[in-house]
Design a protein around this ligand. Structure first.
Ligand code: GLV
Ligand code: MN
Ligand code: MN
Length: 388
């Protein structure tokens, strides 16, 4: 982890990456701006002045100890697609806007996809009242908090959203394919769980007298795993963070905080397992005389990609000499938020071993070249189908 890649939203690393991207956007013939949510946006004008824009995007932030490709690859492919059009002196009937979104991962503030939700117009002002682990609030981290919701795009000025992303799973590699058309994105739920017991001396407190929230949390975490496994479906559940307070070798913790992430292609299956998990957590807390608080911090519905755009993507795959392959996304993407603004399309790119959220994340440059050709083919077809 020491020395690993972390590009948190609104950190100096985030600003430096925006700086580099802004230069590349300008070289690709785009005018560059930042919106109130600190998204970086490059605009390449189309032939028709008033036409709605094709938005191409992905995220610039990363998880902790991240790989290179999750997010930035999609932004750079968007810039590269525009660079090709610019080099050829070509304009589509509509403008293209490339977005580098801010906090898709939720790895700095306890919220995810704030910036794409601001753009899609689905963000509630109350969601902006967040602080990072150091206590720095979003308002303190931003140049101007007042403009945040102004990042909202006009739906009438938005033709469609296109996102290219590494698959983050093993399907394309297993099938020997470089790229595939995404059919939709799984529904997500996240909870912040707090378990309180009684802090005490590790040497003097008899085992039978303890109310140890960390031992309780251990039982709860195993229950999360067992209930998701026991569903025998596509439901996945993960405890990805845990903190024991005060956190000393000779102190029985007084409080433990952890998160739960539950996903499935079906909201009904996801909700069924989430409810079973919460019920089991309550039983464990009661049996151990612990206090339990579970707060819902994230709820995104499953998000199908637009069927007409999937057809265009398949046609672009064929034109690029690639077999047609459709697959669903278990990972979340800004596309699932943008779906409430406009029709969405996604292209997945093979990654080695399906490994992601890991510094070993890898894509082959030849696969990225194929993805670029497919994106250009998709953009061309969207242009041909465009009725002003
Ligand atoms: C984003 O990477 C997510 O799926 O959590
Ligand atoms: Mn990610
Ligand atoms: Mn991502």
């Amino acid at each position: 982890m020491e020395g690993g890649l972390f590009r948190g939203y609104l950190t100096p690393a985030y600003a430096a990456s925006q700086e580099a991207l802004a230069g590349w956007m300008e070289s690709a013939g785009m005018t560059v701006r930042r919106d109130g949510a600190a998204n970086l946006i490059g605009r390449y004008e189309g032939r028709l002045a008033k036409a709605p824009a094709l938005v191409i995007g992905s995220h610039l932030d990363s998880v902790r100890d991240a790989g290179f490709y999750d997010g930035p690859l999609g932004v750079m492919l968007g810039i590269e697609a525009v660079a090709v059009l610019h080099e050829q002196g070509r304009r589509l009937p509509f403008p293209i806007e490339v977005y580098a979104f801010g906090d898709e991962e939720g790895s700095r503030f306890p919220a995810a996809m704030l910036t794409s939700r601001a753009v899609a117009g689905t963000l509630d002002a109350a969601a902006l009242d967040v602080a990072d682990a150091e206590g720095i609030t979003l308002a303190q981290a931003l140049p101007c908090m007042a403009d945040y919701l102004d990042a909202r795009r006009d739906p009438a000025a938005t033709l469609a959203y296109l996102e290219a992303h590494i698959e983050q799973g093993p399907v394309l590699e297993a099938d020997g394919l470089a790229v595939g058309t995404v059919t939709g994105i799984a529904a997500q739920l996240r909870y912040a769980v707090t378990v309180k017991g009684m802090a005490g001396h590790a040497g003097t407190t008899a085992m039978r007298l303890r109310r140890d929230p960390l031992a309780g949390a251990a039982a709860m975490i195993l229950a999360v795993e067992q209930l998701a496994c026991g569903d025998n479906s596509d439901v996945v559940a993960t405890v990805g963070t845990i903190e024991a307070l005060p956190g000393a070798v000779n102190v029985i913790p007084g409080e433990v905080r952890f998160t739960i992430d539950v996903r499935s292609g079906s909201e009904t299956r996801r909700n069924g397992v989430a409810e079973a998990i919460l019920a089991r957590l309550r039983e464990i807390a009661e049996a151990r005389a612990l206090e339990l608080d579970t707060a819902l911090i994230h709820d995104l519905a499953a998000s199908p990609c637009a069927p007409a755009l999937m057809d265009l993507m398949d046609e672009a795959l064929v034109a690029a000499g690639q077999p047609v392959r459709r697959l669903v996304s278990g990972a979340g993407h800004d596309a699932m938020v943008m779906a409430s603004l406009c029709p969405t399309a996604m292209l997945f790119i093979r990654c080695t071993g399906g490994v992601s959220h890991n510094p070993a994340e890898h894509v082959e440059p030849a696969d990225v070249e194929i993805a670029l050709q497919v994106m250009l083919g998709f953009i061309d077809r969207l242009g041909e189908n465009f009725a002003a």
